[in-house]
Design a protein around this ligand. Structure first.
Ligand code: HPA
Ligand code: ZN
Length: 351
């Protein structure tokens, strides 16, 4: 079943469109659309192993996380200069604005770029320029989360953190991504402890392809504030109960889960079950250029497949605000905007 077969009612469509949204799980490299990839390849005189945009898009047929990552790291090779990172992030913000995103916490993978000789200052600089312009142009606020590649060693993660220290003010936290199986959170205890000492916030991908045990490790060893994905928590009822009790946000990415075969059919996704069990689940787009949809597409497909109610959709947007790294006053203001947006049609009917 493809997500395109799923439709929501006009009322829910309108609600999803107008709700102010917070995106907490978005890899900026995963917003590289094939058109931009080819434009940057040309500008930088880099050959992509595909004849054209259509051939690249046709390769977006993944059987698991690793088959996606292989292509994702290969296309990221076109990103070289400050201008390239600016173009990448600005094109994301333009789409995010169209989808009603008001705040985004963006992952980026410095190791994917520094290994190719890209200057870390150019990565931070280009992303920062776009974040500033997105704020001025669209009113979108944003933060950066520096992710360590978990298929590499902890020593390399420590070196990456060290290299990023001159830019400490540019990022709010650290995360952990890339191939999960065989690379448990426990491999990164020291670098996460160091990040926390530096006052950085910490998150980690866990329980996407890896077992529920990796979620416990992320919580208890890395002491994360949120779990990215986390959908395999379901294999352990005690863990689900703990996530609900402690209100630990899960940044779920339904279309990613479908595209990477974490679930076979969106109608079997455990998102609604977790929501109804009291877990603070949120909806996000992960790598939208590769997975067939940005954040509003993820909301629509999930609502349609799982029969989410209007109140549940609103609750999901509120979970994202509460789970974000916005200041308390900003959270309160944004929750007020969500309530106002959710109430609008009712007020019109009453009048
Ligand atoms: N999982 C792990 N690493 C990633 C992902 C993901 O979904 N997207 C980009 N890097
Ligand atoms: Zn991810």
């Amino acid at each position: 079943m493809s997500a395109a077969n799923l439709n929501v009612s006009p009322e829910l469509e309108s609600l999803i469109a107008r709700l102010p949204k917070v995106e907490l799980h978005l890899h900026i490299e995963g917003t590289l659309e094939p058109e931009l990839a080819f434009a940057l390849a040309k500008r930088n005189d880099i050959a992509l192993p595909f004849a054209n945009v259509e051939a690249l898009r046709a390769a977006y047929n993944f059987k698991d996380l690793q088959s996606f990552l292989d292509l994702y790291y290969a296309t990221a090779a076109v990103l070289r200069t400050r201008k390239d990172f600016y173009a990448l992030a600005m094109s994301y913000f333009t789409r995010a604005f169209a989808d009603g995103v008001v705040h985004a916490e963006l992952f980026f993978d410095p190791q994917t770029h520094t290994v190719r000789g890209v200057n870390l200052g150019d990565v931070f600089g280009g992303l920062r320029d776009a974040m500033t312009d997105a704020h001025n142009r669209y009113g979108i606020t944003s933060e950066l989360i520096l992710c360590f590649l978990r298929h590499l060693s902890e020593q390399e993660a420590l070196e990456t953190l060290q290299q990023a220290l001159p830019y400490r003010k540019e990022f709010v936290g650290v995360g952990l991504d890339s191939g999960e199986r065989g690379n448990p959170p426990s491999k990164f205890v020291n670098v996460f402890a160091k990040a926390r000492e530096l006052g950085l916030r910490v998150v980690a991908h866990a329980g996407e392809e890896g077992p529920a045990g990796y979620i416990y490790e992320a919580l208890d060893l890395l002491k994360v504030d949120r779990i990215d994905h986390g959908v395999r928590c379901d294999e352990d009822p005690e863990l689900v109960a703990r996530l609900a009790r402690e209100r630990i946000p899960l940044t779920v990415c339904p279309l990613s889960n479908l595209k990477l075969c974490v679930v076979k059919d969106l109608r079997n996704h455990n998102f609604a079950k977790l929501l109804r069990a009291g877990v603070a689940v949120t909806i996000n787009s992960d790598d939208p250029a590769y997975f067939g949809g940005y954040i509003a597409d993820n909301y629509r497909a999930t609502a349609a497949a799982l029969g989410l109610s209007a109140a549940e959709i609103v609750a999901v947007t509120e979970n994202a605000v509460r789970g974000s790294y916005l200041a308390a006053t900003e959270k309160t203001a944004l929750l007020g905007r969500i309530r106002a947006a959710a109430a609008r049609p009712i007020q019109l009917t009453v009048r």
